[in-house]
Design a binder for this molecule. Sequence first.
Ligand code: NAD
Length: 272
Amino acid sequence: MELAGKVVVVTGGGSGIGEACSRRFAAAGAKVVVVDQHADRVSAVVAAITATGGSASGTAADIRLESGTVGAIAHARSAFGPVDLFFANAGIGVNGGEEVPDEDWLRIWEINLMAHVHAARALIPEWLERGSGYLVTTASAAALLTTLGSAPYAVTKSAALSFAEWISITYGDRGIGVSCLCPQGVVTRMTMGEDLLGAHSGEAGIAQLLAGGAMLQPADVAEVVYQTIVAERFLILPHPEVATYFQRKAADYDRWLAGMRRLRAQTTAEGI
Ligand SMILES: NC(=O)c1ccc[n+]([C@@H]2O[C@H](COP(=O)([O-])OP(=O)(O)OC[C@H]3O[C@@H](n4cnc5c(N)ncnc54)[C@H](O)[C@@H]3O)[C@@H](O)[C@H]2O)c1
């Protein structure tokens, strides 16, 4: 999808990947609606875009609630018109495994997956009627591989990828495009430990979230996101080597599991 003149909503648009994508989409001529739970971040990104001649509006919303997503879409409609592309990007991390309390499992499930369901529920009927629309979601390389040290993150990101696949298969022949972003490490507030929930947030969270791979800057990721949307390809892989790891996993699951156990033992021994 070419983005010039399109109405694009970006959740988590106040920071990191969402901020960089908001700027990139605006530079391509999109009318961008920046959505974040932090009003100050929303205002800063909108101001930066408009200062460079771009078109942007913003709204503070908690997309953990369905009303947050519905309200953001209503804001976009009144600011610029019907939404052409919705980027469900906001996400959080929670470190730990089966011992993580239910309330934290529920919170990450609602933000990392259910917000995508809510966006699809709100927009797919009108997109089917119009014969076009585009859903982009942010999962993670964790969806294709795993995340050492964080079961809630790995599980919810796998679910997000699965949902994006399902939407693409179900509606892809009726004018609806879908792409799913699956990066490894990107330098953002999340990887710096600022917005990571859980007992082991901070430095430990950084390495555990990444499980290897070069750290990219958000602007580099935004460029790959933009190019992949224009090309209308499903998987957005800013770290292309993830495709190779995924092929190896599919080719021999037990060998892959053994390799991941070795990696886990190594990172534990190094105190990461
Ligand atoms: N940084 C990485 O290494 C990395 C790797 C793979 C995937 N991701 C994913 O990329 C996405 C963006 O993360 P980021 O790294 O840019 O982090 P970030 O913390 O810089 O940005 C995330 C933004 O989402 C917002 N947000 C979180 N919960 C929200 C809610 N309930 N309602 C509204 N806004 C909310 C935060 O306020 C924040 O501004 C996430 O889904 C994350 O899981 C990040």
